[in-house]
Design a protein around this ligand. Sequence first.
Ligand code: ZN
Ligand code: ZN
Length: 417
Amino acid sequence: MIPTPSDSLLAELEDIYKDLHANPELSMQEQRTAGVAGAWLERCGYEVTAGIGRTGVVGVLRNGDGATVLLRADMDALPVTEATGLAYASHATGVDRFGAKGGVAHACGHDMHVAWLMGAARLLAENKDAWRGTVIALFQPGEETGEGAHAMIADGLVQRLPRPDIVFGQHVVPAPAGVIGWRAGTVMAASDSWEVTLFGRGAHGSMPQKSIDPVVMAAATVMRLQGVVSREVAMSDAAVVSVGALQAGSTENVIPDHALLRLNVRSFNAEVRARVLAAIRRIVAAEAAASGAPKPPDITVLGEHPLTRNDAAATDKVRQAFERQFGQDRVQQVEPSSASEDFGLLGAAWGVPSVFWFVGGTDPDRFTAAMAAGTVDELPVNHAPDFAPVIHPTMNAGITAMLTAAGAWFGMETSGS
Ligand code: ZN
Ligand code: ZN
């Protein structure tokens, strides 16, 4: 049988979750969180390696012959000032990778992911009679910036760990708490993040004829970029181009000499991705030329997330186990998400299949009321300052989902089988 978290374990994990929530750490700075996870794994009897890819921490528990299953949780928080009003809300500040100081919050729910994996790791250690094989509990840094999986792989992850047969990951999302969302094949978009610097010529604000105004250049560029998806991507395809940062100048009577855009692209296939990225390059260069820029724009790649693709056969096996464990009502097929992950790099590093699924974290009553009122799109979504899952039943659902998926490889029976 799949082990069930006891009330006392759930209470312990609730305290840990609240502590992690109140003490979030930005990408690649997750020392404290990694310390909490690593100490827990050691107490559970795992062989622990810390500091893989800076702050990554991995525990291995060998329990006889059988499959090797890798369970992954990401640990990082976001440069967001929390506005949930929760008693355990974050008041932390930090310096992000651009050198900007500001609020830090677990606005994507990775603190819940850490608590889920801690719970699953403990229950596997406490119930070794119920399964056979090897479990790898992997706590990954830097998912949000696309750095963490790369960093762990570059630091010898593949050589340092047993080769898994399967890699699993999960994410909390704004769906009714406790509901599991699955999909075979492409489940999440590829993401490309760029920083574009546009060059102009600074001058007195009263003498625009002496300037090449990068503010106007940037504004025209942002507006023109809105046409990429609407005019250059087919109706049957999908893509997103969002300019998330637009910075130029600091006062009203000085025309600055440069402007900066940070933009993000999401796509579901390689052809659309190539087409959109080429269009952005073309437009950025052409708008600069149209303004008479003294030199072409600089484009720096800030990060890339690959497509997240779930192995079809493995997803089917996981889905069947979920349906037996949770009942069909709680297990739903979802559309591909425009969100992105670097999770796929882990399975790819070994050339083994992987499966990623979603766990709802929104208060079910609140969700039902929003459905009735037609306001589901107004519910807090990942990365919003007011996003935070309800702890129960989200906690139990994520732990049980991990154990159920692992159990399908470890020969553990679900409650319905
Ligand atoms: Zn996120
Ligand atoms: Zn996330």
